[in-house]
Write a protein that binds this ligand. Structure first.
Ligand SMILES: Cc1ncc(COP(=O)(O)O)c(C=O)c1O
Length: 382
């Protein structure tokens, strides 16, 4: 019913991803090539037609939209008092680092992970304590001995958790998150759980909100949520932070206001409300399309490029590709025009990987896979 095949030319829209020379195929930055759901576009158009764009408040409907979505979609009851609007998840991560840590302290980050967590850390005078996840050749898991050792470092005051995980696409299980919460409580570490990818899951699969897991998680946790990844509206800068812990909630409220990232532009709330209130069907279709892209990519790679391995996963539109060895893909872009993300930027354990964005039409996907195959098979023969 919705359109995922015939897509607008993004080169004409100052898109970060598509500002590349002709011939280059960008499958890197984590946004999708699909237009937003018609329901979101209609809501924005109505706001646009109003024609007055003075300062906006966060309306009650915005709180209701988050509360209803998390209740119906994820079985988590949010309360209005715990929710705070912010202009993005990364602005919130950076504000949390500034407010909840002191320069020189360490921030625990399980790797490989979304690289900007490192920027938020070092830009604010802290050090990233990289705590690698285990990869057994098929899937990721948490190394709890390692995690406990790292949590017990007296300089660690904050952990940034990625749930579900980008780039590996792991949906963390309840027991895993419970153990994170238990250790965090034991060592007085605050957990900032970035849940921006939570709505992009394999049909029939559910993510587990960190704050749904246990009293310990609710005590140590702050969650960041947003409609931006799942509904492809990242350019509208609209997100939320939530905590049940009144002290943490108060600190985040102060942090976001001090950093001036707690006020919406004229379209931020309108778009979020339309996404959560009216976008469920679009989202279901998008997930079905993207997970079919994933199936096609996994099968193609297994059949045509057996020297690399696609990590099977249940979340995100990002495909994490294990290379035979580190650095092999160094000239992929120069030789084929295919622009993927280099796994090394995602921290320890990412060096032998590439990340491929599957939030695209099937035609783009096939072009990307063909270029990947030509590159690896040419290299093999050389
Ligand atoms: C895990 C994760 N968190 C946050 C972001 C960015 O969030 P925002 O655009 O709301 O700052 C991304 C974007 O790729 C991401 O993958």
């Amino acid at each position: 019913m919705y359109e995922f095949e015939n897509l607008p030319d993004r080169r004409k829209s100052a898109s970060s991803k598509w500002m590349v020379p002709e011939g280059v195929l960008p499958m890197w930055v984590a946004d999708m090539d699909f237009p937003a759901a018609p329901q979101i576009i209609r809501a924005i158009r109505e706001r646009l037609d109003h024609g007055v764009f003075g300062y906006d408040e966060v309306p009650d409907e915005w709180y209701d939209a988050y509360i209803n979505w998390w209740d119906k979609r994820h079985g988590l009851k949010l309360n209005k008092e715990g929710l705070i609007f912010c202009t993005g998840v990364i602005p919130a991560v950076s504000s949390a680092v500034r407010k909840l840590t002191t320069p020189g302290e360490k921030i625990l980050i399980q790797t490989p992970v979304y690289n900007i967590f490192f920027n938020s850390t070092v830009n604010n005078g802290c050090t990233a304590l990289q705590s690698p996840l285990c990869f057994d050749g098929e899937a990721y898991s948490m190394d709890f001995d390692r995690l406990e050792r790292d949590m017990s470092d007296p300089q660690v005051s904050l952990m940034i958790l990625c749930n579900p995980q980008n780039p590996g696409g792991r949906i963390w299980k309840k027991e895993e998150l419970a153990e994170v919460g238990r250790l965090a409580k034991k060592y007085s570490v605050i957990v900032f759980s970035d849940e921006i990818h939570c709505d992009i899951v394999r049909p029939g699969t559910e993510y587990v909100p960190f704050l749904s897991v246990s009293d310990e998680c609710r005590e140590v946790g702050i969650a960041a949520m947003a409609p931006t990844k799942a509904f492809n509206i990242a350019g509208l800068h609209t997100a939320a932070v939530y905590s049940e812990n009144k002290t943490l909630r108060h600190k985040m409220w102060r942090a976001l206001n001090t950093d001036e990232v707690a006020e919406p532009n004229s379209f931020a709330c309108v778009a979020a409300i339309a996404a959560f209130n009216e976008g469920a069907d679009w989202l279901d279709e998008m997930c079905a399309y993207v997970f079919e892209n994933r199936r096609i990519a996994e099968e193609y790679i297994a059949a045509n490029i057996p020297q690399i391995k696609a990590v099977h996963s249940d979340a995100t539109y990002l495909l994490w590709l294990k290379m035979p060895r580190s650095g092999l893909q160094g000239d992929l872009k120069d030789k084929t025009g295919l622009y993927l993300s280099d796994g090394a930027v995602y921290g320890a354990g990412g060096e032998e990987f590439l990340r491929m964005n599957l939030g695209c039409s099937r035609q783009t996907l096939k072009d990307g896979l063909k270029r990947l195959s030509e590159y690896f098979n040419a290299n093999k023969k050389a």
